[in-house]
Design a protein around this ligand. Sequence first.
Ligand code: AQP
Length: 334
Amino acid sequence: MIIKKLVFSGVQPSGNLHLGNYLGALKNFVELQKSADCIYCVVDLHAITTFQEPKKLRNNILETTASFIAAGLDPKKSIIFNQSAVSGHAELAWILNCVSRIGWLNRMTQFKDKVGSDKEKASVGLYIYPNLMAADILLYKATHVPVGADQKQHLELSRDIALKFNKDFNCPDFFPLPEPLIPKNISRVMSLRDGTKKMSKSEESDYSRINLKDSADEIKKKIKKAKSDSAPIPDNLSSLEKKPEAFNLLNIFSELSSINLDKLINEMSGKEYSAVKNDLADLLISQICPVGKEIEKLMGDETYLLKILKNGAEKAQLKAEENLKKIREKVGLI
Ligand code: AQP
């Protein structure tokens, strides 16, 4: 059976989007819209798995939409909408809650990382978040999902849920098994303060990340303060990999400059990190600041952003309802 390629992915409106979201997800979203049907979702129901101040959430939904457009997504080519506007996401999530297994969720490392020792106080929503993510993807029968490496395990769970549904309801090819599309060169952008942790919106220190809305001065300051290494740049990748913060900086450099990492190490070996940091800050300023400025500009036109979300939700709703009708039938719901 030939299955048409359909791309789906989402970003949580949980605050400032950062360089990790940009290199791990948004850049890939933009590339994919050139060759495939794409659905990109502002996943607001995921965001509320941790408490969001309502006024801020509303603003963040609009700002994430603005970030999509500022990064290069075209609402004429891709469907762009917010998750809660299409109720099928929540409906299918409930059905999939009944297909997914507790043992599977217990293995999700992101839940463990996020709650730490405070598991008892975490919301039930945060625990079953991966089932909602499976619903987001399967609602459209998406075949490909561009994500950062941190989402690989959740994608594998989506595949397990799809397989079990197909088996339980005796419909072998009903849900396609979604493939993750993870950037090859830089799949995980790490914190500028701790190279063993991913760059994240919820990390307390703003110095750990480059936000898409940072000014040139803020970027310069953050890169200057970023942890690197006291020894000069080594002449080989395996030595560099032993210094996670330094490795992260050169990896970002390589991605932004499109210079292969091995070649970059060759060119830079023996130099101090301070020399590299100036060039890295310039690269970031030239590629990130225009996106940030465009976000600010778009945020001045709420009517335009709301219109994009409304149009996108109408298109998504049609596709979702068509699939949901068949899903309800498979399950035996009237
Ligand atoms: N550091 C990262 N490196 C590469 N990719 C990343 N992504 C997130 N952080 C990195 C990718 O961005 C997409 C959207 O992620 P999200 O905002 O929906 O959720 P998240 O992964 O939980 O992002 P954060 O920043 O860590 O948010 P908080 O702190 O709120 O939990 C995804 O494709 C993700 O892989």
